[in-house]
Design a protein around this ligand. Sequence first.
Ligand SMILES: [Zn+2]
Length: 141
Amino acid sequence: MRDDQWLKNKLDEIWSRFFSDIPKSDKVIIHFGRASRDRLGSIRLVNNTFSEIRINGLLKDPEVPEYVCEAVVAHELTHYVHGFGSNRPQLYRYPHRGGIVAREMINRGLGAVHYAAKDWTNSNWSTLYSSREKITHQRDE
Ligand SMILES: [Zn+2]
């Protein structure tokens, strides 16, 4: 079962394995948000005190491979490292421009996960989203 505790464990695991040079902070919280078509995850700094990582609720679905969840968590953690949505010094002007997230993930040994997740979402995401959305709407009626 993928719940917030599962996510927290994923974050800890990814942090220890691939981001061990970055001091671990208890000021990062992570949880599932609502399902959305457009965003797999986000990170923001709350009250200048802690970082909140929100993961698309549809990633709880067992049809989404676990490596996709891992890639999304690692992507948000990369933003954290770059100083976006975090109290760390900002290393770049823009969070995505110039492929800096992919480059960071590749340098940290997360390239295969990054590209596999990209392939999977490119081929499956919108179908999965639409099928789940239908179910939700039927339930609402
Ligand atoms: Zn991003």
